[in-house]
Unconditional design. Structure first.
Length: 487
């Protein structure tokens, strides 16, 4: 017999009661976060202090109420729905997508094989095909959803290696043929370098091609990078282009890079974790010109598509190629232990075995809201970044780090009378101090990045509710927080 406590824990009526209460708490929270006025972006606490304040042991008997845990977790979280959240590239999610994610958590279909997630497998195929069609790909394209852009880049590069190594690297290992390498700019996301190391390509496995003054990979520099790889005895298998880069949001020139890859028989992988969503925007899709010639593309729905993390598509122009990434047998999962092209068994082409029903929240959000809100979000956030850049240009005491192409704006404050060169440590200290004080005060959250000229503040406009007034207020807040006595 099921012990009474366990039975009670699964009581549907208890779930209904707690669920209604939880939704009320979350809706009240959302209202406060979106209003912004009476909630800090984050109620900052020192990590050790925060760690010490949470009970680290669990009683044998039920002791806490769910609302209490929830309310405290909400109070202490980073508030992405706050209009003054301008931090890392994670979406302020659509509330409907969060509800769908609740169903994902409750259903917990493991997804490895069709039997363990029939509907989500079908939705996944539809979502991937739809995303592929936005890239300009045809019927033969396909892919999977996986847990994040980092896992996505690894997956795509595994497929690239199987396609281009000239030997079966899955069977023989990285040492089964000539040493391999990948070309990318030094602005590529760190997960690319990580993937290269995981692939066993080691130091020298990633050869950097130069960027131009706008942090875009210079297609002409690929030639010298290819030659440099050849001189060190490396066989190049792929070029990774960024659309866009993480630090400044620069879009690499995909058409020229595709020409180069075509000429040299290389796999073109586009890391579109952030910027592939520009494909939805009639105004900005030109930034991706040439993406239709890529062999693989990674696209995060938890960045610009307003979906809860993690939700990444790994797409291949030739869908059958994506099965090469994990060319492995698993007789306990698949009836016939040979790898086959079976879209319905998603674990054939992902790192995960048990996988969340990622597609339910993506498919559901698209079905509920329609596609236009997603296109509008991309267009308006990219527009707003351009208007923010104009404001920065007009301010004598601010400098732009780069012209924004996406919704990422790097800038720094140069207080009147600031000493030091552009790259001077004192100017770096001004930015560091300002960012830290804004974080600690909860007035704004933004990140920072190092560019050749020095340290820059980095505002990413992720929240559709962020307005021009928030960005105007940001400049005043930076001025104030940068002062030596502020704080
Ligand atoms: C260009 C790019 N690629 C990959 C990633 C990693 O994605 P994830 O955080 O989903 O692993 C990021 C994250 O910011 C990114 O900006």
């Amino acid at each position: 017999m099921t012990p009474p406590d366990l039975q009670a824990a699964f009581d549907p009526e208890g779930f209904r009661r707690e669920g209604h209460r939880a939704i009320d708490i979350l809706a009240d929270y959302l209202a406060r976060a979106e209003r912004g006025a009476d909630l800090p972006v984050v109620a900052w606490q020192d990590p050790e202090r925060l760690a010490a304040s949470w009970p680290a042991e669990f009683p044998a008997e039920p002791s806490a109420r769910l609302p209490a845990i929830l309310e405290r977790a909400l109070a202490e979280a980073m508030h992405l729905h706050h209009p003054r959240y301008l931090g890392h590239q994670v979406a302020a999610v659509l509330p409907a997508a969060a509800l769908l994610d609740l169903a994902v958590a409750l259903l917990n279909n493991g997804m490895a094989i069709y039997e363990m997630g029939p509907t989500a497998s079908v939705m996944e195929r539809i979502v991937c095909r739809w995303l592929a069609s936005l890239l300009g790909w045809g019927e033969g394209a396909g892919g999977v959803l996986t847990s994040g852009g980092s896992a996505g880049n690894l997956t795509a590069l595994l497929a690239a290696r199987q396609a281009k190594a000239g030997f079966n690297a899955w069977e023989e290992g990285a040492g089964g043929g000539p040493p391999l390498c990948v070309l990318a700019s030094d602005q590529a996301h760190y997960s690319v370098a990580r993937a290269v190391h995981i692939l066993g390509l080691g130091r020298g496995g990633l050869v950097a091609a130069e960027t131009d003054g706008s942090f875009r990979l210079r297609a002409a520099a690929l030639r010298s990078a290819l030659a440099a790889a050849g001189r060190s005895g490396r066989k190049v298998i792929a070029v990774v282009a960024s659309a866009c880069t993480t630090a400044t949001g620069a879009f690499d020139p995909l058409a020229e890079i595709a020409d180069f890859c075509g000429e040299h028989g290389l796999w073109l992988h586009v890391d579109g974790a952030h910027g592939a969503s520009a494909a939805l925007s009639a105004k900005y899709r030109g930034l991706l010109a040439g993406i239709e010639r890529a062999d693989s593309v990674v696209w995060d729905a938890h960045k610009m598509l307003l979906i809860p993390a993690l939700a990444t598509a790994v797409l291949c122009r030739d869908g059958s190629r994506s099965y090469a990434a994990f060319a492995q047998e698993a007789s306990y999962l698949y009836a016939d232990p040979r790898p086959r092209d079976e879209w319905q068994n998603v674990s054939l082409r992902t790192l995960e075995c048990t996988k969340r029903m990622i597609a339910l929240k993506v498919y559901g959000a698209l079905a509920v809201h329609g596609t236009r809100v997603f296109a509008d979000h991309v267009t308006s956030s990219f527009d707003l970044a351009r208007r923010f850049a104009e404001r920065l240009r007009a301010a004598a005491d601010f400098e732009l780090g780069a012209e924004p192409e996406a919704n990422i704006v790097c800038f720094r404050h140069r207080p009147p009378g600031a000493t030091g060169t552009a790259a001077g440590a004192d100017l770096d200290a001004v930015q560091r101090r300002a960012r830290r004080r804004l974080l600690e005060s909860g007035r704004f959250y933004l990140s920072e990045t190092r560019l050749p000229a020095g340290l820059f503040l980095r505002a990413v406009i992720m929240n559709p509710l962020t307005g021009e007034d928030d960005l105007a207020a940001l400049l005043d807040a930076v001025r104030e927080a940068a002062g030596p006595g502020a704080g």
